[in-house]
Each structure stands twice: as C-alpha cells, then as structure tokens.
Design a protein around this ligand. Sequence first.
Ligand SMILES: [Zn+2]
Length: 52
Amino acid sequence: MKMRYELRQRGRGLRKCRICGGSRAVIRSYKLYICRRCFRENAHNLGFDKLS
Ligand SMILES: [Zn+2]
C-alpha cells in the first residue's frame, strides 16, 4: 500500500521508512532506512537489540 505512494514521490522519497513509509526521523546511518519507531519495533529482528 505504502509502496505505491513512494513511487509517486520518487524525488522526495529517499528518506522514507521502508516499513511504514513515514519520513520522520528516518535512520540512514546503517542503511536501514527505517524510522525510529519502526527501528525500536524491529531492532531485535535487525540485530540491534543492544541499542534498544
Ligand atoms: Zn517506520
């Protein structure tokens, strides 16, 4: 669902969360491209449970 929305904003969608599609506080540091909220929810899946 969110994927189509991203495609419509290719130019500005570089920093969008790939999970929820949000553009708030998206973490790019580890090439995660996910927002802080999704990061916390998926940290254990990504192997970042140490940072939570
Ligand atoms: Zn997100």
